[in-house]
Design a binder for this molecule. Structure first.
Ligand code: FMN
Length: 347
């Protein structure tokens, strides 16, 4: 077993966080991850922006949607006492929704002692954490904040985050404008803050987990690796694309909150060219293409024009396996890597 400050803090078996991956839903993935012993994460960008369409008689507002998802995830993870959390991006455009999403998390904990025991984390990202300190603390959750730079990590710590997730530029989804990758970012953030740090961006297996721990992290967050699992909510076309992609098959292009890393296809090459031409000038065209492409990726439409966020780690992923197999394999490989290291260093 690989026990760290993260597993002690959360009571999980593995020091692994299944990343939030909105605007796509990760409810099924969250259930599978929590039940298998990682921290499962519910994504909320989709419900915040109502990509998940309200149905008559069903939840209508982001608050109601998240309450209903938490309740479903809570039930499906009760037997195995799975631990889970919510990812809430703090982008300024998202202000109205943020309040409701944080409140939904807090109210769900207040109203159900079992949920209070197992819904342990809010992960914030993509925006200024400072205005949200009181609201997040009020929920009683641990607060993890995603930072793509030392500057943002210090800002998160000052705002009151309990853990910083240092997210390098090789990761899938939103990335910083500045190309700082995990190997440099992670130890730099660990040096700069006094709270524990989780590594994200490029992690895919037991060897990379050990690398992250060696740099001083208490655990890892993975997105791209979790897409290619049997239980993940993503379309098969996307799962297969992760498996088929090499380490060269991702690129950074324009996206709604800033640049994002995509798996390579026609639409992402276009978004990359627009970014090279200038973020401001390419923004409107880029966001239009992205919006259409998100809809295509959800329904399993044209793979050339579907939006597939994904990281460089796709080059190290060659199978679609169950979440349980993934986590067991990571633990086994991490233990073997540590043993081999000791042998190599000894001899
Ligand atoms: C499909 C996809 C969607 C993502 N959406 C979000 C999101 O809504 N919120 C967030 O904080 N990060 C998001 N991310 C970033 C992940 O949370 C995670 O930090 C990143 O995937 C880690 O890098 P990796 O892909 O190399 O594992 C997304 C990543 C992917 C691949």
């Amino acid at each position: 077993m690989i026990q760290t400050k993260l597993t002690d803090m959360l009571g999980t078996r593995y020091p692994v966080i299944q990343a939030g991956m909105g605007p796509w839903n990760t409810d099924k993935l969250c259930i599978a991850s929590a039940n298998a012993g990682a921290l499962g994460i519910i994504s909320t960008v989709g419900i915040g922006y109502l990509w998940t369409k309200p149905e008559e008689g069903g939840p209508q507002t982001p608050y109601e949607f998240l309450r209903s998802i938490i309740s479903g995830v809570g039930e499906a993870t009760a037997e195995k006492k799975g631990v889970f959390g919510c990812n809430i991006p703090l982008a300024i455009e998202f202000k109205e929704q943020i309040e409701g999403l944080i409140k939904a998390t807090g109210d769900a904990r207040k109203e159900d002692p079992d949920i209070a025991d197992r819904l342990k984390v809010i992960i914030t990202s993509a925006g200024n954490p400072t205005p949200w300190t009181d609201a997040i603390k009020e929920t009683g959750c641990y607060w993890f904040h995603v930072a793509p730079s030392v500057y943002h990590a210090i800002k998160g710590e000052k705002a009151g985050a309990d853990v910083i997730i240092a997210s390098g530029r090789e990761g899938g989804g939103h990335v910083a404008f500045e190309p700082i990758h995990t190997m440099v970012l992670l130890p730099a953030v660990i040096k700069a803050v006094n709270v524990p740090v989780v590594g994200a961006g490029g992690f895919a297996d037991g060897a990379s987990l050990v690398a992250g721990l060696s740099l001083g992290a208490i655990g890892i967050q993975m997105g791209t690796r979790f897409i290619a699992t049997k239980e993940s909510d993503f379309h098969d076309l996307w799962k297969n694309k992760v498996v088929e992609s090499s380490e060269m098959d991702s690129l950074v292009g324009i996206s709604i909150f800033g640049p994002a890393r995509y798996l390579k296809n026609e639409v992402s090459v276009k978004l990359h060219e627009l970014l090279v031409g200038g973020f401001e000038s390419g923004y409107n065209e880029g966001v239009l293409l992205e919006t259409k492409g998100i809809a295509l990726s959800i329904e399993g439409g044209d793979p050339d024009w579907s939006i597939y966020f994904g990281g460089e780690a796709s080059g190290r992923i060659d199978s679609i396996i169950s979440v349980q197999e993934l986590l067991e394999g990571i633990e086994e490989q991490a233990e073997a890597t540590i043993r081999d290291l000791q042998l190599n260093l000894g001899g």
